[in-house]
Design a protein around this ligand. Sequence first.
Ligand SMILES: Nc1nc2c(ncn2[C@@H]2O[C@H](COP(=O)(O)OP(=O)(O)OP(=O)(O)O)[C@@H](O)[C@H]2O)c(=O)[nH]1
Ligand SMILES: [Mg+2]
Ligand SMILES: [Zn+2]
Length: 324
Amino acid sequence: MTGLVVRNTGSWYDVRTDDGRVFACKVKGNFRLRGIRSTNPVAVGDRVVFTPPSGRGGEWASPSSAGGAGGEASVSFITEILDRRNYIVRRASNLSKQSHIIAANVDMACLIVTVAHPETSTTFIDRFLASAEAYRVPVLLIFNKVDLYDGDQHRRLDAMMALYRHIGYDCVAVSAATGEGLDILRQHLAGKTTLFSGNSGVGKSTLINRLVPDACAKTAALSVAHDQGRHATTFSEMYDLPSGAIIDTPGIRGFGTYDMSREEVSHYFRDIFAVGHDCRFRGCTHTREPGCAVLAALADHRIADSRYRSYLSMLNDEDESKYR
Ligand SMILES: Nc1nc2c(ncn2[C@@H]2O[C@H](COP(=O)(O)OP(=O)(O)OP(=O)(O)O)[C@@H](O)[C@H]2O)c(=O)[nH]1
Ligand SMILES: [Mg+2]
Ligand SMILES: [Zn+2]
C-alpha cells in the first residue's frame, strides 16, 4: 500500500492512504535512507510504501493510542520512501553529524518570525533562508504578533520587511490574535503544501488553528521569566486547508546547516552572491581579500550588516553559540 506521511511522533508515523484511511506505521530498524545520516529517515510529507497490517484492523486514529492497543501483530511497516521532490534538512543538534529532515515534498517553506515576544534573531532567519536556497524551496517570511509591538518594534518590523523584500523574499505581516493579514496569507497558502517553521513561541500552531478551524493544535503561553516559547508542539503534523496543507513543526532554537561547504555559503545569500561576481579573485571568501566587491558593498550599505554577520557565522560554523 502507499500513502502520505501526515504525522510523526518519534517512532510512529501516521500514513494516510488516498482513500483517507490512516495507518499507524513503524520503520524497520535496518531501514536507511541512501547517503543521508538522519535522525528521522522518514519525514512528514513523504510518500511511502508500507505493508498492510497483519493483524485485525491496524488502522488507528492516533499512534499514541496505537502504542498500547494492537501489539506488534497489527503493526504496519514502512518499507520504501518514494522519490522526494525536495526536502529541508538541518543539523540535528549542535556538534552533531546527523541531520534532521524537517519536511519533504513541500511547495513553500514559511518561517514564522517575531520582532519581540520572543525576538527572532536575524542570524536564525538568514540561516533558514540559506538552507531553503540550498534545497531550492521558495520561502515566505511571516511576521506574526503585529498586535503586540510598540513604536520601536514596528519600526524594526518595517525595516526587516524592507530588507528581505529588497533581497527578493515575500513577506507578510500578520496577527494570529486579531486576524490582521490572514487573508493575504491565505492567498499565499492556497493550493500549496507549506512547511511552518520557526523558534518556539512565535505562534506557528496558533496561526494554524486560525487557518484550519478544526485543527486543535496545542499551543502554550510564553514563559514569563524568559519571554520564550515552551516547546508546545513536540511532533510534526500536516493539517489540510480547503486547498493545500500546512505542516506544523516543533519550534527550533538554532538552525545548524547540514552538509554545506565554506565555499558554498555565499551562493545561498542572494545579495552577497549577486555582488560577489565583481570580486577581483575567484574563490574570494569576502573576508579580507583586496578588491573584494562584497566588502565594498558592505562599506556603502548596499549589503546589510546583519546579512554579512550571518554570512560570517555560517563560514565559521564550528561554534554552536553562533547560531543562537
Ligand atoms: N498577542 C499575540 N499572541 C500570539 C499571537 N500568535 C500567537 N500568540 C501567542 O503566543 C504563544 C505561543 O504560541 P504557539 O502557537 O504555541 O507558538 P508555536 O510557534 O507553535 O510554539 P512551539 O510549538 O513551541 O514551537 C501563545 O500564548 C499564543 O497565544 C499573536 O499574533 N498575537
Ligand atoms: Mg506549536
Ligand atoms: Zn569578495
